[in-house]
Write a protein that binds this ligand. Sequence first.
Ligand code: ZN
Ligand code: ZN
Length: 108
Amino acid sequence: MDRSSAENCLLCAAERATAWHYEDDECWVADCLVCATPMVVWRTHGLPEAVDEVRLLSHLERVASERYGGEGFWIDGERRRIPDHWHAHARPAGGFFDPASELYGRYG
Ligand SMILES: [Zn+2]
Ligand SMILES: [Zn+2]
C-alpha cells in the first residue's frame, strides 16, 4: 500500500464516525477515533504553511478549551499514524487519551 497516497487516507475520507465540533472550507475538528480527544484536520492532503497552521490550530484550541478549560490541554502536533496529511490533537493536561477513550490511562 502506498502510504503517501491520498486515495487510502483516513483523513481524506473524513468519515463522521465520531462527534464533529467544527468545520469550514479548509478544516474540520472532530473527536479522534483512537484517542477520543479533539483533533483538527486540514481538508487538503499535505502540509500547510506555518502561517496557515496557526489559523487551523486556533479552531482546535477553541474546541479544546471548551472541553478541558483554557489551561487544561496541550497541542500535540506530532502525526504518528498519518504523517503526510496535516492534523493535530488537543490532549488533556498531563495525559494522552481522553477519559472517554478505552486507552485512557495507558500512556502519559
Ligand atoms: Zn489525506
Ligand atoms: Zn488520535
